[in-house]
Each structure stands twice: as C-alpha cells, then as structure tokens.
Write a protein that binds this ligand. Sequence first.
Ligand SMILES: [Zn+2]
Ligand SMILES: [Zn+2]
Length: 254
Amino acid sequence: MAYYVLMRLRERFAHAARGALGLIFHEACAGCGAAGSGPLCVACMGDVRLRPRNLCAMCARPLDFDYAIETGAEYECGACRADPPPYDAACWALYYEGAARELVHAFKFSGRRGLAKPLALLAGEVLEPWLLARPGAVIVPAPLSWRRLYARGYNHAYLLARALARRTGHEVIEDAVRRVRHTPPQFGLNIKERAANVKGAFCVVKPAALEGRDVIVFDDILTTGATVTELAKVIRKIKPASVAVAAALRAGEV
Ligand SMILES: [Zn+2]
Ligand SMILES: [Zn+2]
C-alpha cells in the first residue's frame, strides 16, 4: 500500500480507536494474531492492497491502458461496450488476499461482527468517495438464505454496508430483496457454475422502495460477480433509475 495511504488509514484507525471502537483494539490482530494489536497491526495494515486506479467504470476490471489515470476520466472496457453487464457501474476497494482476507474471514466466520467497522474504514478509502458521488442512492446488501442467516446470526454484507453508510449517509435496505432458495456456497465453482447456482435465487419483496431510485447492490467479496449480476438483473425488472454494484474486496483474476 502506498505510504501516504497507509498513514491516512492509520490516522483513521487511531481516530476510531478514541471513539466507539476502543474496545476492539484490545483484540488480537486478525492478520497475524499479535496480541492487543487488533483489528490489524501496523505491519498487516501495510500489507493490505487497495485497487488500482485504472479500472473499467462499468465492470471494475483493469483497463489495459493508463489513459484513465492521466485524464481522470472514466472509461469502459471493450467487453462492456460490446456486451454491457446488467449494471451501470461497479466498484471494489481491496484485494482479497493476506491480512485483508484474514480480516474478512474473522468477520464472517468467527463471529467477530465488530470487525465491520474497521473493514468499512479500510474499504471506505475507495468506496466512500465512490458512494459520495452517488448521493441519494439506496444500498441493497446481498441477502442470505434464512438457513445461513440462522447459522451465522447476522448478514455480514448488511453489517458492512451499514458501517459504510454511517459514514456517507446513504440509506441501506436490508430486506428489499430476499433469497428465495438456499444455494450451495459458490466456493470451488467456475464462472458458469456460479451463475447457474444463483439463477432464480432472488426476489424483490419491496419493489416500491427501489422503483425509480439509484440502487447499489452491495456484497463483501466480488469473485466472478455472479451474485451481484443476478441481483442486478432481478432489481432492474422493477425499473430503478440505475443499478450499480459495489464490494469491499475482489478475489480472482484481478
Ligand atoms: Zn498483524
Ligand atoms: Zn468493463
């Protein structure tokens, strides 16, 4: 991570520590387990990589030229121009690797729901300006099946979206979309299998809350994008003003 970004994030973490987050700073580092230096120690935080700047504005995959950086303009990749996805824009913040992966695993699978705030701080470095450029948009976190929600006790995507939205002022609607069938985990499936796995899995149950609005579908990790793509397709049918997708982390080829 660039030195100036690391310094700014450390400042944000330190500021948070003086507030409501104070307690969790007595926890172990989620990245390396160092006692008393949670949620992430300085070394692990330095290991977190932010997304590159030259990404396609529509699908958020890397562009193979740097013109976007030089001009500050937004560009769409050739694939999106030829065959646009069912959403208008996409954004993600951190690479799903190393300490960032450990942090999100502790948040999702070890019951450390308080890690939503430090994760939102890290991802917010990229996502906050992107969200603030979309005032009035409503955030719809990817829903879990009742079975997984019962097992985990919380929807991690909702907690993360809420922590981000507290800093940007966006409205988050947790129950606008429901998962109408339980699907096996996407882990280990290829692109086609992932798309088939989530096809028909979602249903908009509060169309009036989304109709005519700018909607941002939010998930914790973007891999092939199968889940957010299916959600965007379903939401598009009820005529929102626009649909964008956002995630805290990106796994896979990027
Ligand atoms: Zn550490
Ligand atoms: Zn693209």
